[in-house]
Design a protein around this ligand. Structure first.
Ligand code: ZN
Length: 174
């Protein structure tokens, strides 16, 4: 398994719409293994393939308690069905928007159809943190980041901050 570089806003690749996977083969499994390793290394609970620059509709997640046994989840070509009209609010962050957090409102439960690590079709009824996390990750497949739900001004401030961090160079006096 290889730890990959996680792309951060304002990298334009993050805005690409990811493409469905035709089959879960060896290449996809290697990708999922690398994604999981990268996610754990960055202390995240979810990662979409596009966040490491691969525009495939693949997500990995692990929302289990850090101190306990790891419970990785793999979602290939996920489709959301039956979103609840009730909403829940979580303070969200994102590995592609480092050190920035905001309260985001999303449907509190949803059903997800997807292929698992072995390419088998599955349906998951998600609620709580799991429902929020899967919706956040699925936004990545459409090129959407959580900051897109914020006001223009708030979003601009975050993007500006991130751009500054990126352009930071060492100052030398000679
Ligand atoms: Zn994210």
């Amino acid at each position: 398994m290889t730890i990959k570089t996680i792309l951060t806003e304002p990298n334009k690749i993050l805005r690409q719409v990811s493409i469905p996977v035709t089959k879960v083969g060896k290449e996809e499994k290697i990708l999922m293994n690398d994604m999981l390793e990268t996610m754990y290394d960055a202390n995240g609970i979810g990662l979409a393939a596009i966040q490491i620059g691969v525009p495939k509709r693949i997500i990995v997640m692990d929302i289990s308690n850090k101190d306990k046994e790891k419970k990785p989840m793999y979602f290939v070509n996920p489709i959301i069905k039956n979103k609840n009209s009730d909403h829940a609010t979580y303070e969200e962050g994102c590995l592609s928007v480092p050190n920035q957090f905001a309260e985001i409102n999303r449907p509190s439960t949803c059903e997800v159809e997807y292929l698992d690590y072995n390419g088998d079709k599955k349906v998951l009824k998600a609620s709580g943190l799991l429902a929020t996390c899967i919706q956040h990750e699925m936004d990545h497949l459409e090129g959407i980041l959580f900051i897109d739900y914020l006001s223009k001004l708030k979003k601009m401030m975050i993007v500006k901050k991130l751009s500054k961090q990126k352009n930071k160079v060492d100052r030398i006096v000679v």
